[in-house]
Write a protein that binds this ligand. Structure first.
Ligand code: ATP
Ligand code: MG
Length: 937
């Protein structure tokens, strides 16, 4: 039986038993902070099990994409473990229980109409105290007692060992179903979990029956397919073998089951599938959490390739094959496979660039360990390897394990902690507890009224104070009370809780005896939570309040949110259909929009995005929404974000004929309400992802005014018309650069004239030309726009100052090398120059010394001096040959400096000193000459 057929059969079997067929949740459930990846089918139903949401159905069946990092080390080695796999499951939320769960599992497995597995192949396990399950298998199903094992709590309880070790909360026994292979070995294909207890404290007597019992089952789809297809491992089933083969081809290594390379090819197959699904959901390889796991999987697969002799990126070539194999259920993979491959390729090349040096270093570490007899890899060493060569510690550990070395994880963590960058998750709880969770159980739902209105009457259902983890429900809250973090939950609310990138609403909750100011609104599951503080009076549980959203603020958010859809549309038209949304943040008349694109947008592209956007605004198209079945929305071509969890039916927001997006946000009524879209910046946020920041409404027009006024200020400073400010700035920058060079003694050119200032020509250019010119200035100056006029002003005064300095120098008889050379006297075969160089700065004096040393045929000694602002500057330099003969510029300058009341020093070939008595300079210069003479003598 083909895997696709198995999947379909499972789902339709349970549908035929009254189950709602629910789509797979995303692989990386960002909505659930307790896990990095979906570990099992039940994950999306946690709140259903606990009665924390309104139940639209009490029976469900799914095929769930799962990823288990705990099984990484097994991949390729065991026949039946993946990181990424699909889990088939059926769930009961207080509906049917053990009898049906067992009977249906048996029927599905053995009935000819379904899987038709020979019953003699099947054995089961039950929890040792679960007589009920034992009886059902034995008496109702007719399984002989010899084929039912009773196992301990560490094997057959969920969570494992919960009765004795905890945690408290819902738990229950399970029953596993095993298939016997031809070899006689057994493989677990299905686990039925009966959540029937609430654990309270330690044994004895700590398992209390739950009033509403649940069923949660998980069948490993690949495992079941492999036994049905009678192949040696999961990797040999119809949807995986072609990937193994493609990997073998790409790597140029034949696939042999029982070989190191065979294991490597299987691991590559598994990891490329995991990475493809995750990157598809926009989880790119990165330094933390889920992204880190993906980075690690990808690098592990690359290492496998490297060990088979590959030296160039290869893994990405397998992406199309993965998409091909999975497309019957996940057709969306084919839409992104190009982007996924690109991202993968980049990460591969990064790793290939350092892998050899990394492995070399690992080899050295092993050598050291061997010679010193150590068997534990030093954690600090591993941390440094990760930081320098990007070798993930888990990979290092694996390589070390192959040599039977252990790994110092504590040391590794300590070292990484010092750098504040520990990867991975850890310390997450499967089920959250706390007042919010209590309220969820009690209320299940809070109706959102904000699509229709911004004002509504509502009842206070819960008041929570205190920081998370130390928070609790209180009956009332007063304005005079010093409380930390007050949160109010209502039965219904027009306040939008932050989600889909749109920030939460502000406003007020007005009761008969008090007023609460809402400064933020968040969502938790289906609850809307109002954050803020009491303005006056008191609010009590059960109070009737008027919930009033700050309307101007909401309107500004609506404009910005609609603008993101318009920008998305404009990007698709300008850059291409790959420029899909990767994330967004929507605030009052301000937005950030992330999209896939490898390169920065060109000036032209940015202009086009902006002008298309503003054209759509001018069109004044109406904006509307309706709830439609997810499938209908997909058919209508609505823009969907991969990795986003969409409800069904889903809310589809349309603008005129040009945009359809699935979106839960609040929007303007017509596009012209947005007024204008001004793009402030376009930049990179991550590999392959660009970010546009823009403003709308009043902020857009304010921004325009600001740009215009800054451009005008710049023009008047530069003395030119607005459309010339770009060129004029460049001219100024070049002029200053040149003056600086001259002032430092490079070149003998005449002092250039100051850049010319004309009259400010009143601007006739339109805004977009003004902005283009101003942008050019901002780029040339590399400064934030507000700083530009200040910078121009500073640059102009710098120009004037340098100019004056140079003029002074030349009026004081600007010295040239030739002038100075002319002052040289020959003393015992060496040239000596002791000269005053008025107005020259230190840089210039050094330059001269340098040039004189180069120009002189004989060995030369030069001492230059000048006075400025009551200070004396002295510099002495001698040729290298003199240094070799034992002379020292430092020794030479010392008595000279002393004469002018100063000191200094330097090296043998060049020394510098300062002094405070300019009047003594002539005396000092004489001493310089005398000293040189006596040094030579
Ligand atoms: P095992 O002990 O074999 O690792 P498990 O006890 O961890 O399995 P469950 O958590 O009960 O498995 O998951 C339900 C089913 O999912 C299992 O019966 C098995 O068929 C499948 N499964 C679990 N882990 C994996 C994996 N890493 N790769 C493929 N299938 C798996
Ligand atoms: Mg397991």
């Amino acid at each position: 039986m083909k895997t696709d057929e198995l999947r379909e059969k499972y789902l339709s079997f349970y549908q035929s038993k009254g189950h709602h067929r629910q789509a797979s949740d995303v692989l990386v459930p960002t909505w659930d902070p307790s896990v990095l990846f979906t570990p099992a089918g039940m994950n999306q139903f946690k709140d259903h099990f606990l009665g924390k949401v309104k139940l639209d159905f009490t029976r469900a069946t799914t095929c769930q994409k799962c990823l288990r990092t705990g099984d990484i080390d097994n991949v390729g080695r065991t026949a039946y473990h993946h990181t990424f796999f699909e889990m088939l499951g059926n769930f009961s939320f207080g509906d049917y229980f053990k009898n049906e769960a067992v009977a249906w599992a048996w029927e599905f497995l053995t009935d000819k109409k379904w899987l038709g597995i020979d019953p003699a192949r099947l054995t089961v396990t039950v929890y040792k105290d679960d007589d009920e399950a034992f009886k059902i298998w034995n008496e109702k199903i007719g399984l002989p007692t010899g084929r039912i094992s009773r196992l301990e709590e560490d094997e057959n309880f969920w969570p494992a060992s919960a009765p004795s070790q905890g945690p408290d909360g819902v738990c229950g026994p399970c029953s596993e179903i095993y298939y016997t292979l031809d070899s006689g070995k057994t493989v677990e294909i299905w686990n039925l979990v009966f959540t029937q207890f609430n654990r309270v404290g330690n044994p004895p007597d700590n398992l209390r029956p739950l009033p509403s019992k649940n069923i949660d089952t998980g069948m490993g789809m690949e495992r079941t397919a492999s036994v049905l297809q009678n192949v040696p491992t999961n990797f040999h089933i119809d949807i995986l073998m072609p990937i193994v083969q493609a990997a073998s081809e790409v790597c140029g290594v034949p696939y042999q089951y029982e070989s190191d390379n065979g294991r490597r090819l299987r691991r590559i197959t598994d990891h490329v599938r995991a990475c493809t699904f995750a990157i598809h959901e926009n989880v790119y390889p990165g330094p933390k959490k889920a992204r880190y796991v993906i980075k690690r999987l990808l690098r592990r697969a690359v290492l496998d390739g490297h060990q088979m002799g590959l030296r160039e990126p290869f893994l990405h070539q397998l992406v199309p094959m993965v998409a091909q194999m999975m497309k019957s259920v996940y057709p969306e993979l084919t839409q992104t496979s190009e982007r996924v491959a690109q991202v993968m390729r980049r990460e591969e090349s990064d790793f290939f660039a350092t892998i050899d040096s990394g492995l070399d270093r690992i080899g050295k570490v092993f050598q050291d360990m061997q010679s010193s007899g150590r068997v534990m890899v030093d954690g600090q060493e591993a941390a440094s390897l990760y930081q320098t060569y990007g070798v993930p510690p888990e990979m290092f550990q694996q390589i070390a394990a192959e040599k039977s070395y252990t790994f110092d994880w504590d040391g590794y963590r300590a070292a990484m902690n010092k750098h504040g960058e520990v990867s991975g998750g850890g310390g997450m709880e499967l089920f959250e507890t706390g007042p919010i969770e209590t309220l969820k159980e009690a209320l299940q739902h809070c109706e959102f009224l904000g699509y229709e209105t911004t004002k509504a009457d509502a009842l206070v259902k819960g008041i929570i104070i205190g920081k998370p983890k130390a928070d609790h429900l209180v009956g009332s809250v007063k304005s005079a009370q010093a409380v930390e973090m007050t949160r109010i939950v209502l039965d219904r609310s027009p306040f939008y809780g932050e989600s889909g990138g749109q920030l939460g609403d502000n406003g007020e909750l007005i009761g008969s005896q008090g007023k609460f100011q809402v400064t933020d609104t968040q969502r938790s599951g289906e609850l809307i939570i109002h954050y803020g503080s009491m303005l006056d009076g008191e609010l009590k549980e059960g109070d009737l309040v008027k919930a009033v959203v700050d309307e101007p603020h909401r309107d500004a958010i609506r404009r910005a949110h609609s603008a993101t859809h318009i920008i998305h549309h404009a990007l698709q038209k300008t850059v291409g259909s790959h420029a899909q949304q990767q994330g967004s943040k929507v605030d009052a008349d301000w937005l950030r929009f992330d999209f896939s694109n490898q390169e920065p947008l060109s000036e032209e592209q940015l202009k086009s995005v902006e002008s298309i956007s503003n054209d759509r605004i001018k069109d004044a198209d109406s904006i509307g929404w309706k709830l439609v079945p997810l499938a209908t929305a997909r058919e209508a071509g609505a823009m969907m974000l991969f990795g986003e969890k969409y409800p069904d039916p889903v809310r589809m927001v349309s603008m005129g004929e040009f945009s359809k997006e699935l979106c839960g946000g609040t929007h303007a009524g017509r596009t012209d309400e947005i007024e204008a879209i001004e793009i402030l910046a376009e930049e990179s946020v991550a590999a392959g992802i660009r970010r546009i920041t823009a403003v709308t409404g009043k902020r857009a027009s304010e921004h325009r005014k600001r740009v215009e006024s800054l451009a005008l200020q710049s023009a008047s400073l530069l003395g030119c018309s607005i459309d010339n400010i770009g060129e004029k700035t460049m001219e100024l920058i070049l002029a200053v650069r040149k003056l600086k060079k001259l002032a430092n003694g490079a070149g003998n050119e005449a002092v250039p004239e100051l850049t010319k200032k004309g009259n400010v020509v009143p601007s006739t250019v339109n805004y977009s030309a003004t902005r283009a010119a101003f942008k050019q200035v901002a780029r040339a100056m590399n400064a934030p726009i507000e700083e530009i006029p200040k910078r121009i002003d500073a640059m102009l005064s710098e120009e004037t100052q340098l100019h004056q300095q140079l003029l002074q120098m030349s009026s004081g008889g600007r010295l040239s090398i030739d002038d100075l050379m002319g002052q040289a006297v020959l003393v015992a075969g060496t040239q000596l120059i002791v000269a005053e160089t008025p107005h020259a700065n230190i840089g210039m004096m050094r330059q001269w010394i340098d040039q004189l040393r180069k120009a002189s045929i004989e060995p030369i000694a030069i001492l230059l001096a000048n006075c400025a602002d009551d200070k004396v500057t002295l510099i002495a330099g001698i040729s290298q040959t003199l240094v070799e003969r034992g002379f020292s510029a430092g020794k030479w300058i010392a008595p000279v400096a002393e004469t002018v009341g100063g000191g200094g020093g330097g090296k043998a070939d060049l020394a510098q000193a300062g002094g405070k008595y300019p009047a003594k300079l002539p005396e000092a210069l004489q001493i310089a000459k005398d000293t040189w003479h006596s040094m030579l003598a």
